[in-house]
Design a protein around this ligand. Structure first.
Ligand SMILES: Nc1ncnc2c1ncn2[C@@H]1O[C@H](COP(=O)(O)OP(=O)(O)OP(=O)(O)O)[C@@H](O)[C@H]1O
Length: 711
């Protein structure tokens, strides 16, 4: 009986196929599992036929319905695996199939596909233009090096005709996948050795023979990142029945490498720009860790309750809702976990208050004591220095480093600060209240006195955690191999947390990995958004040195983001309504559209206008059930971790982004001033990078100073 495999190119379009077509796919695929090759060739209903003028002689089409055809790669070498590569309407299927050529990469040994016809047509045109170009893109890399990295004759000729990265991107949909990635890494300035290590070595099978084995079944087996082999009827039914989430199966090799490494000697850090699949890698790591023992418990944390709810759903999907496995994982926020620990040890549950109430108490303390500080200054000193370093008394504070704070404080001033802190804490005690960070400090203390409750802790959205929260996580698992697995993106730091992980007993040196391929947004959206951060540098996740988005890219393409100013708010809101109407007319479902702004107030206006024309709307605050229909409206903060096919960012105007009131005056503290601006800039970056296909950023009056490239 032949075997059956599905290429990622098939899944890319499967979700959008109509029901009868999907049923046709299922029926046809079942035949591949029930018949011999000879029977398949003879089956009238399947109508397995070769494609005229095909560049790949193994290309076949099969009948799915009257109008739809499957494109299949059939073995011609005596091996037995058929690969379903696409499902298209009749004419498109033949045109698509005729141009494609599948081949085994000589370095990675994986199956790749190219548009051989388009490459043949385009390359000579680029070659002519390249003759007069002052510099070629790959001038510094020899043919020999390129060949060692798996570049073959046709791709080499194309690569030699390119003058810049934009041209390489123009070729990106035509080139074979692994070879394209090698060229993209080289174009980003990575050395051939780095490219071999990060792109080739991770894909090449461990015991690859010196001479490539070319039979289709072997090459397919060498391509787990892009091809899923189906082993039996039940698995076939499962993969076609469930809403298909590609991330469950097709990990990028860089994701697979970090998630499924058997064991790490200690804490691991995985960073990467927005949409590079960090959350996906964290979930797969949980799966791997659960498989390593019968009973080890795992804590999976993220930043907000809404994100934790999302993670829980995804984990259920990844673990096939296996109750036994799921029962061994706690998915929660650090704050909720800490709250539970403290609650278990005290008579009453802790009652944390929010930032606004805290600010009010600080104001009261300043007033009562006549302190020469603003409430904002004291709140920041408390957060960054006192809770940051877990300082418990005046002596500790007098001797503490205030690194990162932009104003000097002598002993007399520190005493004054401390009197304010004591008064603030007294207010909390009197009211029977506390703050989340104080709960975390207490939980870390309590955990230190008991045996650690988890064998493994996996942390997503790690960039925003405060040292007090890290202490809880450190105490939740004993230092040992595979204790902590941490994912995050320092470019998405929106809560001004500063940490030095090393000083908290979390050292990831030698165990740091970076993901670079964005699976969410188009390259147009990424490039535009990355520009927002071009003028600044951000600290690394572990707190030492600076991070960068070098090599960060997407393989998807689409329309350019739209940035547009309006004379008045009314006009801006009216334009939003029209934009949403046209997105709906294009076929997007309401829940695939996200609208965000810096404040809830701006969203109120948008909600009113959208409602007025009958468009359903849903405010994203806590947890939003996936099924509930409605355009999602969220503040920029609530956009964290979400994604939408289309995103509209409203009110990107001067005074609003950055929000003037949230910015510490430069005179008061120059370092805090810069940190506040950076946080607001990252917030806009986070909002924009939630968009998968369409992004529009609008304002009324003067544009945000973060948008100089569009103003
Ligand atoms: N290997 C994969 N194959 C297909 N889709 C993937 C893969 N990895 C991630 N994705 C998809 O890409 C999108 C982004 O993934 P994910 O949320 O894990 O990224 P992230 O790095 O955590 O993003 P952010 O930092 O912006 O929150 C999701 O829609 C996810 O399903």
């Amino acid at each position: 009986m032949p075997r059956l495999a599905f290429a990622q190119s098939f899944w890319d379009g499967y979700d959008t196929l109509e029901k009868p077509v999907r049923a046709g796919v299922r029926k046809a695929m079942a035949k591949f599992q029930a018949m011999s090759v000879a029977e398949l060739n003879a089956d009238k209903g399947l109508h397995l036929e070769s494609v005229e003028n095909a560049r790949d002689p193994r290309m076949r089409t099969i009948r799915i319905t009257d109008f739809w055809r499957g494109v299949v790669l059939a073995p011609d070498d005596g091996s037995d695996t058929f690969l379903l590569v696409n499902v298209l309407s009749h004419d498109d299927a033949y045109t698509w199939a005729a141009k494609r050529l599948y081949s085994a990469n000589s370095a990675t040994r994986a199956l790749e596909v190219r548009n051989a016809v388009a490459l043949d047509e385009l390359t000579p045109l680029y070659e002519t233009a390249a003759r007069t170009a002052p510099r070629l893109l790959f001038a510094d890399v020899s043919d020999g090096t390129l060949r060692e990295l798996g570049i073959d004759d046709q791709v080499l000729r194309a690569a030699r005709s390119l003058v810049d990265k934009a041209q390489l991107e123009a070729f990106s949909t035509l080139l074979p996948e692994d070879q394209l990635e090698v060229l993209q890494y080289l174009a980003e300035g990575f050395s051939p050795e780095e490219v071999y290590r990060d792109v080739v070595a991770v894909r090449r099978p461990a015991h690859a023979p010196a001479e490539p084995v070319e039979d289709l079944a072997t090459v397919i087996a060498n391509t787990p990142a892009r091809i899923r082999l189906v082993t039996g009827p039940q698995e076939l039914e499962e993969v076609l029945e469930k809403p298909f989430a590609a991330w469950r199966v097709f990990l990028h090799p860089s994701q697979r490498r970090v998630a499924y490494r058997a064991s790490y000697g200690g804490p691991v850090q995985v960073t990467g720009g927005p949409g590079t699949g960090k959350t996906v890698a964290a979930l797969h790591r949980v799966k791997h860790l659960l498989g390593r023992s019968e009973d080890g418990r795992v804590l999976l944390t993220t930043y907000t309750n809404a994100l934790a709810a999302g993670l829980r759903d995804m984990l259920g999907l990844l673990l096939d809702e296996d109750e036994k496995l799921l029962a061994r994982v706690d998915v929660t926020t650090v704050d909720a976990f800490a709250n539970g620990i403290v609650r278990a040890h005290s008579a009453a549950a802790p009652k944390p208050i929010g930032d606004r109430e805290q600010r009010h108490l600080w104001e009261k303390a300043v007033k009562q004591l006549g302190l020469p500080f603003t409430a904002q200054f004291l709140a920041q000193e408390y957060r960054h220095v006192i809770l940051g370093q877990n300082l418990r008394d005046l002596d500790a504070y007098l001797g503490a480093s205030r690194r990162g704070r932009g104003t000097g404080l002598g002993p007399a001033r520190r005493r004054e600060v401390w009197s304010g802190v004591e008064r603030f804490e007294q207010f909390l005690r009197d009211r029977g209240e506390t703050t989340h960070l104080r709960v975390c400090s207490r939980a870390a203390e309590l955990l230190a006195d008991q045996s650690a409750p988890y064998a493994h802790v996996v942390v997503d959205e790690a960039q925003d955690l405060h040292p007090a929260q890290w202490r809880v996580l450190r105490a939740a698992v004993s230092p040992a191999p595979d204790d902590l697995f941490v994912t995050g993106d320092p470019h998405q730091r929106i809560y001004d947390s500063r940490v030095s992980l090393g000083s908290l007993g979390i050292t990831t040196a030698g165990r740091s990995f970076r993901l670079r391929v964005n699976y969410r947004s188009t390259e147009e959206i990424l490039a535009w958004s990355a520009h927002l951060l071009a003028p600044v540098t951000v600290d690394t996740l572990e707190g030492e040195g600076t991070d960068s988005l070098a090599g960060y890219r997407s393989l998807l393409h689409g329309r350019r983001p739209q940035a547009q100013g309006y004379a008045t708010r009314q006009e801006e809101t009216q334009a939003l309504v029209e934009r949403v109407q046209s997105l709906l007319a294009e076929g997007l479902a309401p829940h695939e559209i996200g609208v965000c702004a810096r404040f809830n107030l701006s969203l109120d206006r948008a909600e009113e206008k959208l409602n007025a024309v009958g468009i359903p709307v849903l405010r994203v605050k806590g947890q939003v059930a996936q099924e509930a229909e409605g355009v999602r409206l969220a503040t920029m903060h609530a956009m964290k971790g979400l994604e939408f096919r289309a995103v509209s960012v409203l009110g990107a105007a001067e005074g609003t982004v950055p929000f003037a009131r949230e910015i510490t005056p430069r005179e008061a503290d120059p370092l805090q001033h810069e940190a506040d601006l950076l946080r607001e800039r990252c917030l806009l970056f986070v909002a924009c990078t939630r968009a998968r296909e369409t992004l529009s950023v609008t304002w009324s009056g003067t544009a945000s100073p973060f948008l100089p490239h569009v103003a």
